[in-house]
Design a protein around this ligand. Structure first.
Ligand SMILES: O=P(O)(O)OC[C@H]1O[C@H](O[C@H]2O[C@H](CO)[C@@H](O)[C@H](O)[C@H]2O)[C@H](O)[C@@H](O)[C@@H]1O
Ligand SMILES: O=c1ccn([C@@H]2O[C@H](COP(=O)(O)OP(=O)(O)O)[C@@H](O)[C@H]2O)c(=O)[nH]1
Length: 913
């Protein structure tokens, strides 16, 4: 039901989109957008409500209040969902239920849910792979799922490849073949020796420990190559409409490679490990490339909000991109980033412990450990799991509590993993040594305190162990989620044992209230928690267990997958709607042709980020030399030729101080308008005041505030202009800068200038205080008057190109020249695609004739008598080109992506003269 409902929701979104495509309206674009956002919120609320009601049904279900728990048939039902409990053969785990949802899902993970062992030329044995990722993904049954991944084996011959592909096809799995060398560099090297420790806060290995043939670079190259191989296989199996769900740190390049092959693919990426703070992430040599590759995905998911927050912050700090509450924005493209906490398939465990053979096994184990409390650890033998710390804490507990020596046993299942990586080999030795020491110290002829097993258990064996355990001990130093804790809770309906859980596991955020949370590095604290757990009264155990049981049974892996896929579908529809609000790229040929055909052309150009050299966004520390903007080296020549043309007037209209403009354009016969048009320099190089004098008595108090914030925000700076003050933090830490800006704005609006006639303008990375009424739109009126006066021509302006990277406040410049009143949102549907036959309002040939109320204009004596004044502007809509540089949310008609594009346009214009 839930899936069908989700699809209906998507249907609604799709409907909105279709409607939008049919219409060519503008103002309604806003309405449609907010309808979509409302729908998302409605959907989330509805889902929450439904979840709540299904939770009560499920909890009843799980507590055995329906009859199905006594059903020994392996195919049971929870809610409306088929559950396959395990058969005797591990392969049966992989029987996939007939999906109730026809959405095809390609799950791509490094590891397939089965690992293969070769038994003959064309014969293979398939076994379940161990690990949380596989366990969780097995719980997804309601999609038409295909798995794509590595089968954990090196197959070099064609017979082997064909036969394995066939064997896996029965399990709906598709192999990606990786040769041994590649696995060594990609999986053992880059994935497990570099990314894995880094993401778990264990730092990077020294490069010389990788040996000469295994440099960072060679491992990184292998990583990219392996990702390409995955992309090849996905592309082969992709059918239009499929959702592609990429999993984990092994496949960070996959979203990029997939979209490069087919931009229409719906791609989500989910990380199963923690994502570390940006300070850790920054140490990785290839971090920028990795982050950018992930950002190509439509939706990026993490287990917890903290990991999501770290990721967004890495993108803002390392890549200099915009972090928003929805995700990361780059040039108007939003990658949604959100937390989707994983769960398990609780029914699988709850049913399993009801099976007669497992009940029998439970009985045997209880007899075996009679008279002793059982503590349990189940971990892959990985340094992140904190196994040495766990055992040392247990040792301390035994040291301090001699009464417990023969009354408690710790069963530690340590599943061998990544055994080719030297760090893992060392860990095995270390753990064996500690266990040996403790058993020697506290054991007797008949018993030992620690039973340590270097092996995995089958599903039933594991369930039985979970069920007899009194205290589960999970001491991960870091762990993406930790599903063992969930599985333990699911199997404890009757025993109601205690969970001791590391505060550094993602699960601490969901099971923290019911568990005893510990810092695994604090051996004393863990030891005393063991004592507390072993002595906990039944009532407290029940309460704690109940809390966790409700969580585990209501946050399932199925729900996790459904939510992710449904969010991914929504995200794509929303992105399409967003794109509709972005102006199209300027067709430069059209702009140049029309320029050539006109008689009196006006080019208005911004300076900062419009005509300046591009700055290096990578590093923030060597930016001082770039702090002062410089004219793009190739712009001057083109500008000179354009200025020399008698039919062309070029105006640089900037917020900068006149000295900055003088420095960059000094020798050109160009119009310069500084401080948004307050000061104007004619081509004969005379500066005059273009706007009336205003009171500046507020400056000192604002300066004082700006100085204060500049001192406290490293790499920020402020500029004192004659009519305004600007504080900018574009080279500072972006998050800190934003916080400081927020503080500053609050202070300015309530403090020193709250009564002054000034405006506080917030930019992307700046705060500007300027006199009320000063905008580029206001400035241009007066500038036009001056131009006409200076040129002494009666030829009206019949071509306007207006290009800039302007603050929203200054975009009144674009609308100033619009023939029709501006509409709130522009839409590419109604925009002259390729800048051709129709204007942004869908009409053709509208003209703007300005009988200007201009001061200093010799044509106009009385601004109010509009009809009597001659027109200085006779602008056909098709001859007006407003272009926003790099800002996609703009009221300009078109976009140009960089100052380099602006320069190239100017060169083309100069060339046709
Ligand atoms: O495939 P391996 O290299 O043998 O490793 C096994 C898996 O380990 C990691 O699991 C993580 O995913 C769990 C489920 O989300 C999560 O609970 C746990 O905290 C993580 O450590 C790894 O991320 C997987 O890719 C591996 O398959
Ligand atoms: O002998 C074992 C030990 C563990 N597991 C499974 O391995 C997974 C471990 O997942 P977790 O999220 O705790 O950590 P990961 O190993 O993925 O880091 C769990 O689903 C366990 O049921 C298993 O199948 N057999």
């Amino acid at each position: 039901m839930k899936n069908i409902r989700s699809c209906e929701e998507i249907g609604i979104l799709q409907h909105d989109l279709d409607e939008l495509q049919k219409s060519d309206m503008h103002a309604d674009d806003y309405k449609n957008t907010s309808a979509i956002l409302r729908t998302r919120l409605e959907r989330l609320l509805k889902e929450r409500e439904l979840r709540k009601s299904s939770r009560s049904t499920q909890t009843d279900d799980f507590h055995g209040n329906d009859n199905s728990s006594s059903n020994n048939n392996n195919n049971n039902t929870i809610g409306n969902r088929k559950i396959f409990s395990t058969g005797t053969h591990p392969d049966e785990e992989l029987r996939i239920c007939p999906p109730t949802n026809s959405q095809r899902l390609l799950v791509v993970a490094n590891r397939l849910p089965v690992s293969a062992t070769r038994k003959g030329d064309a014969s293979w044995q398939l076994e379940m792979s161990v690990g949380g990722l596989v366990s969780a993904l097995l719980g997804i049954t309601e999609f038409e799922t295909r798995w794509i991944g590595w089968a954990g084996v090196n197959v070099t011959d064609e017979i082997g490849k064909k036969s394995l592909t066939k064997a896996l096809a029965d399990k709906r799995c598709v192999p990606v073949f990786l040769d041994e060398d590649l696995v060594n560099l990609y999986y053992n090297g880059y994935c497990n020796n570099i990314l894995w420790p880094l993401f778990h806060y264990l730092g990077l290995p020294q490069e010389d420990r990788l040996a000469t043939t295994r440099s960072f670079q060679s491992q990184f190259d292998a990583y990219k190559k392996a990702n390409q191989l995955f992309a090849d296989v996905v592309s082969e199996h992709y059918i239009e409409g499929d959702v592609i769900w990429c999993h984990d740190y092994h496949l960070m390049f996959l979203p990029k490679y997939l979209k490069e092959r087919n931009n229409k693919m719906k791609v989500g990426w989910f990380l199963h490990t923690p994502f570390p703070s940006s300070e850790i992430q920054r140490t990785l040599p290839s971090q920028s490339e990795l982050l950018r590759a992930v950002l190509v995905a439509d939706l990026v998911g993490f287990h917890t909000y903290d990991y999501a927050r770290h990721f967004v912050s890495a993108c803002t700090r390392i890549l200099g991109l915009e972090g928003t509450p929805d995700g990361v924005e780059d040039q108007g493209k939003l990658t949604r980033v959100a937390a989707f906490p994983i769960g398990i398939d609780p029914g699988r465990f709850i049913r399993a412990i009801q099976l007669p053979q497992i009940k029998e096994h439970i009985k045997e184990l209880e007899e075996r450990f009679a008279g002793r409390k059982v503590m349990l650890g189940v971990d892959r033998l990985d340094m992140i799991k904190g196994i040495p710390q766990k055992i040392l804490a247990f040792e301390k507990f035994l040291e301090e509590n001699p009464d417990w020596h023969d009354k408690v046993v710790l069963l530690q299942i340590a599943v061998p993993t990544r055994t080719d990586v030297p760090e893992y080999q060392k860990l095995t030795c270390q753990v064996h040594e500690i266990v040996g020491r403790i058993n020697g110290r506290f054991g007797s002829l008949t018993t030992v305190p620690i039973h340590h097993l270097d092996r995995s258990l089958d599903f039933h064996g594991l369930c039985a162990l979970y069920a007899i355990t009194d205290v589960a001990l999970i001491t991960s130093l870091r762990d993406g989620m930790n599903l063992v804790s969930y599985e333990f809770v699911a199997c404890q309906a009757s025993k109601k044992g205690v969970l001791i859980l590391s505060e550094f596991a993602g699960a601490a955020q969901s099971l923290g209230a019911g568990a005893i949370l510990v810092n695994p590095w604090n051996i004393t604290e863990v030891a005393s928690s063991i004592g507390y757990a072993l002595n906990m009264p039944a009532e407290e155990r029940e309460k704690r267990h109940h809390h966790n049981f409700v969580h585990v049974t209501s946050h399932t892996s199925q729900e996790w997958a459904e939510t992710f896929v449904s969010e991914l579908n929504d995200t794509i529809v929303e992105a399409q709607l967003r794109i509709r609000q972005i102006p199209p790229l300027l067709e430069t040929n059209e702009a140049v042709d029309r320029y050539l055909d006109s008689n009196n052309r006006l080019l208005i150009l911004g300076f900062n980020s419009t005509l300046t050299e591009p700055m290096d966004t990578g590093r923030q520390f060597d930016q001082f030399k770039e702090m002062e903007p410089r004219l793009h080296p190739e712009a001057k020549e083109a500008l000179k030729r354009l200025c020399d043309d008698p039919k062309t007037t070029v105006v640089i209209l900037s917020g900068s101080h006149h000295s900055v403009l003088d420095k960059n354009f000094g020798e050109l016969n160009i119009w310069l308008a500084a401080e948004h048009g307050v000061f104007l320099r004619t081509p004969n190089k005379k500066w005059t005041r273009n706007m009336p004098q205003v009171h500046m008595d507020w400056v000192d108090s604002v300066k004082h505030v700006f100085e204060y914030f500049t001192e406290r925000t490293p790499r920020s700076q402020f500029e004192l202009r004659e009519t305004s003050l600007v504080w900018n933090y574009k080279y500072a830490d972006i998050e800190f800068g934003r916080l400081q800006a927020k503080d500053m704005l609050q202070h300015l609006c309530t403090g020193p200038i709250s009564n002054a006639s000034v405006e506080v303008v917030q930019g992307g990375r700046s705060v500007e205080v300027r006199t009320t009424g000063v905008t580029k739109g206001a400035g241009i009126k007066r500038i036009l008057g001056q131009v006409i006066h200076y040129k002494d021509t009666r030829e009206p302006i019949d071509y306007v190109l207006c290009v800039g990277h302007f603050l929203p406040k200054d975009e009144d410049l674009y609308t100033f020249f619009e023939p029709e009143p501006p509409t709130p949102v522009r839409s590419s549907l109604s925009t002259p695609v390729n800048g051709s036959s129709s204007d942004r309002n869908g009409s053709t040939g509208h003209k703007k004739s300005h009988p200007f109320p201009l001061s200093n204009s010799k044509h106009i004596s009385n601004g109010d008598k509009k009809d009597a004044t001659p027109s200085i502007l006779d602008l056909n809509s098709n001859n007006y080109f407003s272009c926003s540089v790099k800002r996609k949310r703009s009221s300009a008609r078109y976009l140009l992506s960089s100052s380099a594009d602006v320069v190239s346009l100017l060169k083309q214009m100069a060339d046709v003269l």
